[in-house]
Design a protein around this ligand. Structure first.
Ligand code: FPP
Ligand code: MG
Length: 315
């Protein structure tokens, strides 16, 4: 069973809303938006709307476009912060146009979400605004921890909850709220999205350590070099699922081929990856279980499918 969701309408809205009287901004936004991407977040909005019993899915299209635009804006800014050169299989905006225009491109896209959200009810605006704040907080905590050279397990979870899971939660809250779902359904979908978001970021961090740049369509092997991500977690606690301490002393000039191989030979990093995988699996199980209270539908089935894909993905 598959659920019919209007992703094409989202694509069209994404491109039409980011057209600008200033050609450079149309060019930079089209460069990143038309490069594809998994469109996971718009899918979550549309599927949550359908799973929550919404009857006019077209009304969820602007919400789906708004989250994808915010998400893409954060990637453009993140690539400035992380010195990324490859995104969605293309040169990053900062690489091609420089960090000043990349900063402005992210700003432009971020402000465009106001335009999309302006006609929407206040509650939906509040949901998205809260998530946008958390994204900035997550990225800030991450950079702060990297600069201090200390990343413990709790801080790692706090970072990924804010920089990734918060927007996943906003997606399902937007969809379910727009559908007029009862609070317990909104709650169930939020629990699904939160756990899925954490799992997604853990897998993302694993892929940064072991993934292939060409398949990923973005830089790999940069997290450890820059003191962040799963492999950078230091944890002195004896808690059973504590992530082990790993080498943080790696410097940025060691990023790349031999760097990855030598670290993968490092037992503690292998252990961190194995624990990360187990944790992601456990979080996905939790996400799946939370869907059980929803009435069966093709959309719920697709949400389950999507959760399993998060674990098995290689990009
Ligand atoms: C990617 O993480 C980055 C994020 C999930 C959030 C980034 C947030 C900001 C830059 C601040 C918010 C900005 C706006 C416009 C609201 P990653 O570096 O782990 O993933 P990657 O491997 O895909 O680069
Ligand atoms: Mg990054």
């Amino acid at each position: 069973m598959t659920s019919e969701i209007p992703l094409q309408a989202v694509e069209e809205l994404l491109l039409s809303v980011t057209r600008s009287a200033v050609p450079l901004l149309s060019e930079t936004t089209a460069h990143i938006l038309s490069a594809g991407g998994k469109r996971l977040r718009p899918r979550l909005v549309l599927l949550a709307y359908a799973a929550a019993g919404g009857t006019n899915i077209d009304e969820a299209v602007p919400l789906a476009a708004a989250v994808e635009i915010i998400h893409t804006a954060t990637l453009v800014h993140d690539d400035i912060n992380d010195h990324g050169t490859l995104r969605r299989g293309r040169e990053t905006v900062n690489s091609r146009w420089g960090s000043t225009f990349a900063l402005l491109t992210g700003d432009f896209m971020f402000t465009k979400t106001y335009e999309i959200m302006a006609p929407q009810p206040a509650e939906l605006n509040r949901i998205l605004a809260r998530a946008a704040t958390q994204l900035v907080e997550g990225e800030t905590l991450q950079i702060q921890a990297a600069r201090q050279g200390t990343l413990d397990r709790d801080t790692y979870y706090e970072i990924i909850a804010r920089k990734t899971a918060a927007l996943f939660v906003a997606c399902t809250e937007l969809g379910a709220t727009a559908a007029g779902a009862p609070p317990e359904w909104v709650e169930a979908l939020s629990t699904y999205a939160f756990n899925l978001g954490l799992a997604f970021q853990i897998v993302d961090d694993i892929l940064d350590l072991i993934g292939d740049e060409q398949t990923l369509g973005k830089n790999a092997g940069m997290d450890l070099a820059q003191g962040r991500g799963l492999g950078a977690v230091r944890d002195d606690s004896n808690a059973p699922d504590a992530l082990p301490a790993t080498a943080l002393q790696v410097t940025s000039d060691t990023a790349g081929g031999p760097f990855k191989e030598s670290l993968l030979a490092d037992h503690s990093l292998e252990t961190a990856i194995a624990l990360g995988r187990a944790k992601a699996q456990e979080l996905v199980e939790r996400a799946l279980a939370s869907l059980d209270i929803l009435p069966p539908s093709p959309a719920v089935e697709e949400l389950r499918h999507l959760a399993r894909q998060v674990i098995s993905r290689d990009r």
